[in-house]
Design a protein around this ligand. Structure first.
Ligand SMILES: Nc1ncnc2c1ncn2[C@@H]1O[C@H](COP(=O)(O)OP(=O)(O)OP(=O)(O)O)[C@@H](O)[C@H]1O
Length: 227
């Protein structure tokens, strides 16, 4: 159960006249078991924020704390360990390996953790079950619908038992019914497993399902878009 918190998070790409100020002094906190939605137009800085939260982008200034650890102060090796063990991602494009079955895809990140084969198998089965795909475990991504593929990606993220789940436009490629179903699943999993979940979207219907919504405008965090 972890809290993720940013203070004065600033990310600038490039320098001089070509500088792009993607994030400008963002103060944000997400609590254990909470699904926080970050809304914003294209280019408002949502992906940059998610990448900074996950330690994929080093901010220009400001801090990102995962509980007591400042990710921005860690060396590369230590940051990689935190990312592997505590943070998981879900992407708009699912990111599944086409030649592997759903279950094999879920197993991939577990190979980087120190687990024996029986533990890995149990975790894969539990994660596939949690997203309601047990009957489809042996199918490859191209044999599954878009909504099912995103469920596999969510199972893959969950199987590592992360403290924090970061989902970048996870419903961007889905029709509205599948989008609501996937965000409903993320909400249920956040509440049930106490995972701190941050989701970016520009879809108001997805944002409506969240525990809390904040909005980015040109890299600045605006007041909550709704209560
Ligand atoms: N690697 C990069 N180098 C230079 N500029 C970048 C880079 N990544 C993002 N930007 C710029 O930073 C700003 C914020 O981009 P970001 O991708 O974070 O926004 P976004 O809200 O996620 O957009 P979208 O919804 O289109 O994905 C944009 O102006 C973008 O062009």
């Amino acid at each position: 159960m972890s809290t993720i918190r940013t203070e004065g998070l600033t990310c600038t790409y490039g320098s001089g006249a070509a500088a792009v100020h993607a994030l400008r002094g963002v103060d944000l906190q997400a609590a254990p078991g909470e699904l926080l939605v970050v809304r914003g137009r294209s280019g408002s800085g949502k992906s940059t924020l998610l990448h900074a939260l996950g330690g994929l982008v080093r901010p220009t200034s400001g801090t990102v704390h995962l509980d007591g650890t400042d990710l921005t102060a860690l060396g590369e090796a230590e940051l990689l360990r935190v990312r592997r063990e505590q943070i998981a991602y879900v992407f708009q494009t699912f990111g599944l390996l086409p030649v592997l079955s759903a279950a094999e895809n879920v197993e991939v990140p577990l190979r980087l953790l120190e687990l024996d084969p029986a533990q890995r198998e149990a975790r894969v089965a539990a994660a596939i079950d949690a997203v309601g795909l047990t009957r489809h475990a042996a199918q490859r991504p191209d044999e599954l619908s878009g909504g099912q593929q995103q469920r596999v990606a969510i199972a893959r993220a969950l199987a590592t038992r992360p403290q924090v789940l970061l989902a970048d436009e996870p419903t961007g490629q889905l029709d509205s019914q599948n989008a609501l179903s996937v965000v409903g699943l993320l909400l249920e999993l956040a509440h049930e497993h106490g995972v701190t979940t941050v989701v970016t979207t520009h879809d108001p219907a997805v944002a409506d399902r969240a525990d809390r919504v904040v909005e980015l405008r040109s890299g600045v965090l605006a007041a909550a878009a709704r209560a």
